[in-house]
Design a protein around this ligand. Structure first.
Ligand SMILES: C[S@@+](CC[C@H](N)C(=O)[O-])C[C@H]1O[C@@H](n2cnc3c(N)ncnc32)[C@H](O)[C@@H]1O
Length: 263
């Protein structure tokens, strides 16, 4: 598929996040690189590294503040006036993201959510840190939110949106993309923060989980990444999930035996 082709109502372009303009999304959802020289192939990941695709673009830690500011500018410029953004972060540089949100001219930090998950490397000698922080950014006071969703985490009467406890799933027989988000965690966010027909933007889309969840829930998605292998993983994931039927099913996860992580 050529750059810019539309896959159903999913548009995935290969370019730098700084090159986007005029997207007019209702919400941006994205997970930036960690700034840790991460490529998902380290020995502590219990996976066949030959299936992990190359080309993941990492950010140097000394560039991290600039990159986050550029990302926030990109998200602000490509969302509507009452648009929102939800930006994921692992623990190592989340303080930088938090400060950038406080300093940004357009975005206001409205809240934080936490996603907890299982993690393949089994930490025998130290506690595992299996949580992501999600920074919820708004431009004004007119943002959309509903307290109900169709996923099982949402108890009747009160939405448990402070903590999302969603397993990471490892798709069977598929090329692997580092840090692929489960479509279910994106689906939960989309049902709470968007309406059918809204447009969702992810300029750091990787394997495209944000777009796959959006499309499955009747939202349009605009996706991008610098890594052409990411787009290939996205296309094969779309094909595989289309065959499987329910994209939110955790049944498609392959069981991961845990390996010892001894550092
Ligand atoms: C943490 S991954 C996103 C994973 C994705 N959420 C998924 O579910 O597969 C971050 C992505 O940002 C991409 N990236 C890094 N810098 C970029 C840039 N300046 N413009 C576009 N993409 C970039 C990387 O190649 C990587 O795929």
């Amino acid at each position: 598929m050529a750059t810019g082709d539309v896959y159903g109502d999913l548009n995935y372009e290969l370019h730098d996040m700084r090159d986007w303009s005029g997207v007019d999304a209702d919400i941006a959802i994205c997970d930036p690189p960690f700034g840790l020289n991460f490529d998902g192939k380290a020995g502590n990941y219990n996976r066949d590294e030959s299936r992990v695709v190359d080309g993941y673009v990492e950010w140097d830690v000394d560039q991290y503040d600039d990159r986050i500011e550029q990302l926030f500018d990109c998200l602000a410029a490509n969302t509507v006036d009452d648009g929102q953004a939800i930006v994921f972060s692992g623990m190592d540089n989340s303080h930088r993201l938090h400060q950038a949100a406080l300093d940004h001219d357009t975005w206001r930090l409205e809240g934080k959510l936490y996603w907890t998950y299982n993690f393949a490397p089994y930490c025998k000698k130290r506690p595992a840190h299996n949580v992501y922080e999600l920074f919820w950014l708004v431009k004004g006071d007119d943002w959309y939110y509903t307290n109900e969703c169709s996923f099982d985490h949402c108890e009747e009467g009160e939405a448990n949106l402070s903590v999302l406890d969603v397993k990471r799933n490892y798709l069977k027989e598929m090329p692997k993309y580092p840090t692929r988000l489960p479509v279910k965690v994106v689906g939960i966010l989309l049902e709470h923060f968007t309406q059918p027909g809204d447009t969702v933007f992810d300029p750091l889309a990787g394997s495209g989980s944000v777009g796959i969840a959006a499309s499955s829930l009747g939202r349009d998605a605009v996706l991008g990444d610098l890594n052409e292998n990411a787009k290939d993983v996205f296309e094969s994931t779309v094909d595989s999930l289309a065959d499987a039927g329910d994209v939110f099913s955790e049944e498609q996860a392959e069981s991961t035996s845990l390996s010892e992580f001894s550092s």
